[in-house]
Design a protein around this ligand. Structure first.
Ligand code: PLP
Length: 383
């Protein structure tokens, strides 16, 4: 492999996370719900991790609900609120939100051509029967950040009983989620997007975020032993939880320098490809995106063919979200921006992360133009 530019799909494990996990994959093994010393040691480790996650996300430890990842956190937020009224989400949410909302008969609110939620349309859709509004902090395909404060203000004004959920899965690595999502009642995160292990995440379930009354009622989706104050039953993934906390702490402590460094790499990558490849277009406003996101479209090129060719040339990239990869339908995010199907099918997502280097960018600047030219030449011969 010459370069890995698919950090939005998953990131390599940070050494801090690996180190924190090792004990819990070896000599330490307790079930935190038990009462003897082995169990208590595991509970202490989970409690310590809970405090780290709470400090990083700007909430109280008791407001952190550990889950098995971003998909579960999103499902818990949507399905846990759906029994209390209508649910709404933006049209560019991850499928974990879109499909949950769809399953309970909820509605979508459109975005503008830059990928930012249409606040007028949102205001029009709000009403006293709304129980949840879900608007992601950073989009997983195009990297655009959403004006969450304005969303919270609109929801508080029109339906003060409703909860605001934000999927911050793609945001933790790049922005201060404690500040930007500080007014949201429910916040989803997933460890493997910021150097933690796969299969572990959290949902912040916050009281006192400007909403009327206590924390919004959240009906459980998983029933059983009553862990996480009955909000999420199931034995804790102790190794995963301590790994997530270590990765989150390292991410937050180094975020400012990582954002500056990786932002420069991303700019060099995007500018270089736009200059080298005729008929290339950047999706969204660069200044409104997270630092690791580079999303381009190449006229006359089909995404899936490009991703396969790039892989054969040593570059790992993606056509869109990890889950949409391999699908023949164009991404719902790109069609929500108003792109036609052909344009939406010509996208390439190059996503950088905490360990991306100049060498990754150099490799991509060599490989992507060659691959695009090869596909265009083949199309010309076939025409
Ligand atoms: N939400 C967003 C924005 C994502 O990008 C992803 C994963 O790609 C998820 C949710 C799902 O997270 P997980 O892979 O932890 O289930």
């Amino acid at each position: 492999m010459k370069a890995y530019l698919d950090h939005a799909a998953t990131t390599p494990l940070r050494p801090e996370a690996r180190q924190a996990m090792l004990a819990w994959l070896g000599e330490s093994f307790g079930n935190p719900s038990g009462s003897h010393r082995v169990a208590r040691a595991a509970r202490d480790a989970v409690d310590e991790a809970r405090q780290v996650v709470a400090d990083c996300l700007g909430c109280d430890a008791g407001e952190v609900v550990f889950t098995a990842g971003g998909t579960e956190s999103d499902n818990l937020a949507v399905l846990g609120r759906a029994p209390h009224g209508r649910v709404l989400c933006s049209a560019i949410e991850h499928d974990a939100v879109i499909e949950s909302v769809h399953s309970v008969g909820g509605e979508q609110v459109g975005v503008d051509p830059a990928g930012v939620i249409d606040l007028d349309a949102l205001a029009g859709a709000l009403g006293p029967d709304v129980a949840l509004v879900s608007v992601m902090l950073a989009n997983n395909e195009i990297g655009v950040l959403q004006p969450l404060d304005a969303v919270c203000a609109a929801v508080r004004r029109r339906c003060p009983e409703a909860a605001v959920h934000t999927d911050a899965v793609q945001a933790v690595a790049w922005v201060d989620v404690a500040r930007l999502a500080g007014r949201a009642d429910l916040v989803s995160v997933s460890a493997h997007k910021f150097g933690g292990p796969q299969g572990v995440g959290a949902l912040v379930h916050r009281a006192g975020s400007g909403r009327k009354g206590p924390a919004p009622l959240l009906d459980p989706v998983l029933f059983g032993g009553g862990q996480e104050r009955s909000r999420r039953s199931g034995t804790h993934n102790v190794a995963g939880i301590v790994g997530m906390a270590a990765a989150m702490r390292a991410t937050v402590e180094t975020r400012a320098t990582t954002v500056a460094r990786v932002g420069d790499l991303r700019d060099r990558l995007a500018d270089g490809l736009l200059a080298r490849i005729p008929g290339a277009t950047e999706t969204g406003e660069r200044g409104a995106k997270v630092a690791g996101s580079c999303h381009l479209r190449f006229e006359g090129v089909e995404s899936e063919a490009l991703v396969l060719l790039l892989d054969s040339m040593g570059l790992c990239a993606s056509a869109g979200s990890a889950c949409a990869s391999g699908a023949t339908e164009p991404s719902h995010v790109l069609t929500a921006l108003g792109l036609d199907r052909t344009d939406a099918r010509s996208a390439l997502r190059l996503s950088l992360g905490w360990c991306s280097t100049d060498a990754d960018v150099d490799a991509a600047l060599d490989i992507v133009p060659a691959a695009v030219e090869q596909l265009r030449a083949t199309a010309r011969i076939g025409a």
